[in-house]
Design a protein around this ligand. Sequence first.
Ligand SMILES: [Zn+2]
Length: 119
Amino acid sequence: MFKIKILDEFNAAHNLRGYRGRCEQLHGHNWKVEVIISGDRLNRVGLLMDFRKLRSRLKKVLKKLDHKYLNNIAYFRKRNPTSENIARYIFENLKSQVTNLELVVVWESDDSSASYYGR
Ligand SMILES: [Zn+2]
């Protein structure tokens, strides 16, 4: 199996409803986002997927989140904009455009991440 990974980031604000602690208040993060795809077949050039294509598709998804107050985005009205739900949002927005999408990892700080993978 082959695996490739790209890394990008976005900057946004959120607050967590119903959470007792500092994250209940409005604050921001520089979220780092890893996208991993895997597969056993390479194209005729020998690539699993062109990094540039993958990167530009991720950029389009992150553009909807960058410099936004995440609680105002429809997707996060029903569910809190936690790193877990952000990972799921990115996964669901990418999966129709990226074959073999395996995992989305969202880092909210240098030592804390959440990830989502689906079918
Ligand atoms: Zn937070």
